[in-house]
Write a protein that binds this ligand. Structure first.
Ligand code: SF4
Length: 345
């Protein structure tokens, strides 16, 4: 690579004048806050994360506080950030750190990688930002910036490996965390996915993609996979006092540990009525509500049919019964909120 020092210096100069003011950025970064922000920022924007971060750190100011929290309270506070596995891993990770690491984060990427919910990017970001080590984290934003700067034509996800190698010489031994955060800010404010602001970029005189006129073609996207459709049936069971049955999903698997309106498996084959009612938590006369509830997860689209029944007597002791205006006190995922809107409007 040509002139890594010049590239590093020009970006750090730009960062000094343009850095975003974020609640987890401080002169003396706290590993707990850095870790929490990085987990929240996976798949979510800074604008969304800011208020969640402030609410979490207000309620659980330290790692010990988060480790001592009830999982349900954490899931509930996470509502709206999506990808609930991250919240479950966050809580598990806090517990492991308190019970096995004396309440401190290990300082090596290798050890961080063994903790729940911490992958290569997060481990490298924590060691660079919180512990001042010259690690080279590569997420989608940083991959895009480096792919353009160096005109890399490898499609994602292979691009990340190439970027990691090329990024390492740009990370300085002094204040590596500033360089990493400068890259994050450059990707977010200037080298945006569509219409990057190259005329304001500190790297415009060195950028190979700009020179070649191919900025908007990079990074090269991998061919999109078509998402399969899965089908499920939801059982809406209401008693004489308008209480509806909710139950907890199994700890393992999609939306694990969250509350749901009881539902069947979500599978690729459509459910026939006779088959579906065998999955219901109670024996009853079922009515099919018109319409379908549609929701999209990362890897598939889900189509849900809602069956409803009325019961004078609660025929099951598993789960909890509550009225629709009490639903908000439970950790219900977005797909279940759609089901509720479908039934009660
Ligand atoms: S010059 Fe443009 S494409 Fe190149 S790094 Fe800067 S913003 Fe990105």
């Amino acid at each position: 690579m040509r002139q890594p020092l010049k590239l590093t210096t020009s970006l750090l100069d730009w960062y000094r004048d343009n850095r975003r003011d974020l609640p987890w950025r401080t002169e003396d970064p706290d590993p707990y806050r850095v870790w929490l922000s990085e987990i929240m920022l996976q798949q979510t924007t800074v604008a969304v994360v800011r208020s969640y971060f402030e609410a979490f750190t207000g309620r659980w100011p330290t790692l010990d506080d988060l480790a001592a929290a009830e999982l349900d309270a954490v899931l509930h506070a996470w509502q709206g950030l999506g990808y609930y596995a991250r919240a479950r891993n966050l809580h598990r990770c806090a517990k492991v750190l308190v019970t096995e690491f004396g309440g401190r984060f290990p300082e090596s990427e290798k050890e961080l990688l063994r903790l729940p919910g911490i992958g290569a990017y997060t481990a490298a970001a924590i060691t660079a930002i919180a512990f001042g080590q010259p690690s080279a984290p590569v997420d989608g934003n940083i991959a895009r910036v480096i792919a353009r700067l160096m005109k890399l034509e490898t499609p994602l996800p292979g691009l990340r490996r190439d970027v990691g190698e090329l990024l390492a010489p740009l990370i300085p031994a002094q204040k590596p965390g500033d360089m990493v955060q400068a890259l994050m800010d450059l990707g977010s404010a200037i080298c945006k996915p569509g219409k990057p602001l190259c005329d304001q970029c500190p790297w415009r005189t060195s950028c190979a993609a700009l020179k070649a006129g191919v900025v908007e073609q990079l990074p090269v996207k991998a061919a999109k996979k078509i998402k399969p459709v899965r089908h499920g049936v939801v059982f809406w069971i209401e008693d004489d006092e308008s209480h509806v049955l909710l139950r907890r999903r199994p700890e393992k698997g999609l939306l694990g540990g969250m509350m749901e309106i009881p539902s069947s498996d979500w599978r690729e084959k459509k459910w026939r009525m006779e088959e579906a009612i065998k999955e219901a938590p109670v024996l009853a006369e079922w009515q099919t509500l018109p319409g379908t509830v549609r929701h999209t997860f990362t890897h598939f689209h889900l189509h849900l049919i809602v069956l409803s029944t009325h019961t004078h007597q609660r025929k099951t002791n598993s789960g909890v019964w509550c009225t629709p205006n009490q639903f908000s006190s439970h950790a219900l995922p977005s797909v279940m909120k759609k089901v509720i809107r479908h039934v009660v409007g």
